[in-house]
Design a protein around this ligand. Structure first.
Ligand SMILES: [Fe+2]
Length: 405
């Protein structure tokens, strides 16, 4: 592969600054180009580690730093205003191992080598990868990750470590917070806005005479995810402990992803049913009727587990074929039995001032029953979307990349 001749009009071979970026991310230059070749609507690049990557000219053109909006860096040219037969007339490697392209329509665009590598089709590495999630059970998670609450509020490093643990393990506790009722508004807002539901912007978990949910009684609760009846199941749940001095009332958590791994290993056909046979999750109430019909385990485009809807008590009659229903019930029976096994659960008694947070689309939560004649139990809760946590983590990773530049 031969590098094209440089244009006479621009001495790009001697530039010593990489091209501008078409977004606000940071791209350390870990690899540089050694050669570039135009081939119709394809641009082929060779890197200093031997990797070869091919880009479509449309991908390059509509992300060219010289045509995105100079302030917002959003695309400012309609795709339909770019000729469909656009080609790279000439390409070359600039002085910092980036790419320049002379377009068939005229003009030259430059591309940053770090940006090119990050967005390479079939890139050898995923620059944007989030920290890998680590699944757990009782043997590998003796206690949930804990962080100092006031420090997480005041210190970005502690806050980042808390958020990272929350993403990686799906649950974490902030300790030593005040017990005033503002905490449930103030601390979750560090991640994102509170999501209001039919239980309000925040809710109080304590026994009530006119309970509208089993949560508002003193009974034991098997593990579950909240609001699995909603089209968009809340992503993060926060529970702030105001008081917890009655006998019992411990919180029980299980990693739904770990349980799914175990089911997949032990009974693949049942796992298949849980990932494919739709279940209608619906609430039973006189004034609302939320229904969501999806499999219990939702897989992403790569076939990896993305979301769990786990409800022992909010499922409508199954309307699949007899054979599918049979597999589904065997899978559900296995799942619910596993979740009862202490080998898969962590039990913790929250102290006043603790703030438990967990991924409600991954971590299952329940509670041990308690005796209200021996003391009180009051938790305040709210929901925040998981994508706000993921966005915060991406900004954290962006800052780490920026420190490397
Ligand atoms: Fe719940």
């Amino acid at each position: 592969m031969a590098t094209a001749l440089l244009p006479d009009s621009a001495d790009l071979h001697n530039v010593n600054e990489p091209a501008e970026l078409p977004d606000f991310d940071a791209f350390p230059i870990r690899h540089r180009l050694t050669a570039a070749r135009a081939c119709g609507q394809a641009v082929d690049l060779v890197w200093d580690d031997g990797a070869e990557t091919r880009y479509h000219v449309m991908t390059l053109k509509e992300n060219a730093p010289d045509i995105v909006h100079p302030v917002t860096r959003e695309q400012a040219t309609m795709l339909t205003d770019i000729p469909a037969d656009l080609a790279a007339a000439e390409v070359g490697v600039d002085g910092v191992g980036g790419l320049w392209v002379r377009w068939s329509t005229g003009g030259i665009s430059r591309f940053h080598p770090g940006w090119l590598r990050a967005y390479a089709p079939g890139a050898p590495e995923d620059v944007f990868a989030l920290p890998p999630r680590v699944t757990w059970d009782a043997a590998t998670m003796a206690d949930l990750p804990r962080f100092d609450g006031p420090a997480a509020i005041a210190d970005e490093t502690v806050r980042t470590a808390w958020m990272e643990a929350l993403y990686v393990y799906g649950a974490a506790i902030l300790e030593g917070l005040p017990t005033d009722e503002e905490v449930i508004h103030r601390v979750p807002s560090l991640i994102g806005p509170l999501r209001e539901t039919n239980f309000g912007k925040t809710f109080t978990v304590e026994s009530k005479q006119d309970a509208t949910s089993n949560a508002y009684t003193t009974m034991a609760l098997p593990v579950h995810t909240d609001l699995c009846t909603r089209e968009y199941e809340p992503g993060l749940q926060f529970l702030h402990c105001i008081r917890n001095d009655a006998d019992g009332g411990e919180n029980i958590l299980a990693d739904g992803f770990r349980l799914a791994e175990r089911i997949k290993a032990d009974a693949p056909e049942e796992y298949d049913a849980l990932t494919t046979v739709p279940i209608t999750f619906y609430n039973k109430a006189t004034d609302t009727d939320f229904r969501c019909t999806v499999p219990m385990f939702d897989l992403d485009k790569d076939g990896d587990l993305s979301d769990v809807r786990w409800s022992p008590w909010l499922r409508a009659p199954v309307r699949a074929s007899f054979e599918e229903t049979d597999r589904l019930y065997r899978g559900l029976r296995r799942a619910f039995a596993l979740a009862e096994d202490p080998a898969f659960t962590v039990t913790t008694k929250l102290k006043a001032g603790d703030l438990l947070c967990f991924d409600n689309r991954r971590a299952l939560h329940g509670r041990v029953g308690y005796d209200p004649t021996t003391g009180g139990r009051k938790l305040m809760g709210c929901y925040v979307e998981r994508e706000d946590l993921v966005s915060a983590l991406r900004i954290m990773l962006r800052r780490r990349r920026a420190a490397e530049v």
